[in-house]
Design a protein around this ligand. Structure first.
Ligand SMILES: Cc1cc2nc3c(=O)[nH]c(=O)nc-3n(C[C@H](O)[C@H](O)[C@H](O)COP(=O)(O)OP(=O)(O)OC[C@H]3O[C@@H](n4cnc5c(N)ncnc54)[C@H](O)[C@@H]3O)c2cc1C
Length: 225
């Protein structure tokens, strides 16, 4: 016997999001054929504050879709990394739990970023699977120094403004090449630099090191060689 569609479900084939569990006055706005909730970069309802989404439904926060390539948020190997970032965001914002901002040595940052982008064991799975969607953020505070600001949604980094900072991620172009992209926010302006690709996905070569050093030096100073 055919199952009846849940109330408020889009009724279309594929993913159909039921919103029947919300109070009528607290029902998040949805969009598109699948009825996905409209979301901020941190997977919060765009219309009902403090309702957050995890799992496959987090694809409602589309990200940049650079070159038309979507995130992997619809799949387990994508949304699991969103969930980790979201947990930190909710802890900070709603429970007053400060997430540690690890101080970094400016001279070591280029190597650390390239190791992460190259998938050094134990590093970079989130950035590899959520290309052009999640990014490692390094904050540069003239008072307190340089610190690891964690993994954040790239669109959040690009849209919110704030202190000088660096965001590094991997991206894919229409030819299927995977390459690192580094975004620098300096005095409120964002610049984007694409590093050379590598077929073995090892971005620790001379060319990438030189490119990255040129990008980092204006923010981190002469310590970057
Ligand atoms: C055909 C297919 C193949 C896939 N293949 C892969 C793959 O190879 N690799 C991969 O990584 N991912 C794959 N995925 C995606 C993966 O299945 C999903 O990312 C994952 O299952 C999502 O988990 P979830 O908990 O977010 O949502 P779901 O597993 O959809 O769980 C949501 C639950 O909420 C319940 N629910 C909905 N509305 C209400 C309501 N109003 N009240 C109460 N309960 C409600 C639903 O009944 C459901 O049990 C595939 C998906 C499909 C459809």
């Amino acid at each position: 016997m055919a199952q009846p569609a849940p109330p408020s479900c889009s009724g279309e084939p594929g993913i159909a999001v039921g919103v029947s569990l919300y109070w009528a006055s607290q029902t998040p706005n949805t969009f598109g054929q699948s009825g996905l909730p409209a979301q901020t970069a941190f997977w919060e309802s765009a219309t009902v504050p403090a309702i957050y989404f995890a799992g496959t439904i987090s694809q409602g926060a589309a990200g940049l879709k650079k070159h038309g390539v979507p995130s992997n948020s619809g799949a387990v190997h994508g949304h699991r990394y969103n969930a980790r970032v979201l947990a930190g965001h909710i802890a900070r914002r709603h429970f007053g739990i400060a997430v540690e901002r690890r101080p970094l040595e400016p001279a070591a940052i280029a190597d650390q970023l390239l190791d992460e982008l190259s998938g050094e064991p134990g590093h970079g799975a989130d950035i590899f699977h959520q290309r052009s969607y999640l990014a490692r953020v390094i904050g540069v505070d003239n008072g307190t120094g340089v610190y690891d600001d964690g993994v954040q949604p790239l669109t959040h980094f690009l849209d919110v403004g704030g202190l000088n900072a660096i965001a590094s991620t991997l991206e894919t172009n229409t030819a299927g090449e995977i390459y690192p992209a580094v975004y620098v926010r300096r005095d409120g302006a964002i610049t984007e630099t694409i590093l050379e690709s590598d077929v073995l996905l090892d971005f620790r070569g001379e060319a990438q090191r030189k490119q990255l050093a040129e990008v980092l030096r204006p923010l981190l100073g002469a310590a970057v060689s």
